[in-house]
Write a protein that binds this ligand. Structure first.
Ligand code: S5P
Length: 269
């Protein structure tokens, strides 16, 4: 039985006015999953296999298009079709950070990100025009999309301190083109504070989570996915916990169940 998004999501459902957020929350209810797969594989075949294996248990697909060694426009279009058939929003984690005009052009270029992405990440370091320029780029091809601003990061020693986080959130939450914020899933207490300043109107999605304890490679830090959701995350971004697992399907199911149950617990006690 499918649960009503309003009962699952509580004030996120009533307060988020973004149509993409509403669509996302509905799909999450159909799949009973708030897992965004960080599909960090470097071949089209590897990515396609992953979608086939875990598509039913994830609610969005996060890509790094420039990691794909055998990228071709046709191969990528097929992959995007596969993702849409699996009812997944496509989220290109490009972490844009340049001035507005260049950012708009970077949404075109070889990869033509504006034509297939539903969501992208951006840093706010260059100022608020980055959000308008990303929205203009989607508008250039008659599409709509949402921006996730990096308010926190999961990597050790990053420079996104609490003052910076607050500045990003205070400004970003007033912008219609902002779908939400990236928070640090590895530190639930910091995440609680982030949720306090974000309030109910915007999404918080969190990388830096893994069901196995211990940190990852090259400064990545991990926390428990359920704790992240209880602290205010609306979606856990999981990469190696799924795509490096011996059984990605089984792992995706586990992350889906854990995150979904934590969401129900958060919103319904
Ligand atoms: O602060 C961040 C922001 C992001 S978007 N830390 C991150 O790890 N990410 C992304 O999340 C990163 O680019 C990668 O694709 C994913 C985490 O992958 P995992 O294998 O560590 O789960």
């Amino acid at each position: 039985m499918e649960l009503e998004p309003s009962s699952v999501w509580g004030d996120r459902w009533t307060s988020c006015d973004s149509p993409i957020a509403k669509k996302y929350m509905t799909v999450a209810c159909q799949k009973r999953s708030i897992v965004c797969l960080a599909a960090d594989r470097n071949t089209l075949l590897g990515l396609g296999e992953l979608i086939d294996q875990v598509g039913p248990y994830i609610s969005a697909l996060k890509t790094h298009v420039d990691l794909v060694d055998d990228w071709t426009p046709e191969g990528w279009a097929e992959l995007c079709d596969k993702a849409r058939q699996a009812n997944l929003l496509i989220f290109e984690d490009r972490k844009f950070a340049d001035i507005g005009g260049i950012t708009r052009n970077q949404m075109a270029g070889i990869y033509d990100i504006r034509s297939w992405s539903d969501l992208v990440t951006a840093h706010f370091i260059s100022g608020p025009d980055i959000v308008d320029s990303l929205q203009s780029a989607w508008g250039d091809v008659g599409r709509k999309g949402g921006v996730l601003l990096l308010a926190q990061m999961s990597s050790r020693g990053n420079l996104l301190n609490p003052d910076y986080t607050k500045t990003v959130v205070d400004s970003g939450k007033t912008l219609k083109g902002v779908f939400g914020f990236i928070g640090n899933g590895s530190r639930p207490r910091e995440l609680e504070k982030l949720r306090e300043i974000v309030g109910p109107t915007k999404m918080i999605w969190t990388p830096g989570v893994n069901l196995a304890v211990g940190d990852g490679n090259m400064g990545q830090r991990y926390g428990d996915p359920c704790e992240a959701v209880i602290a205010g995350s609306d979606t856990i971004i999981v990469g190696s916990g799924i795509h490096r697992s011996d059984n990605p399907e089984q792992s995706a199911k586990m992350y889906a169940a854990a995150s979904w149950n934590a969401l129900l617990e958060r919103n319904n006690g």
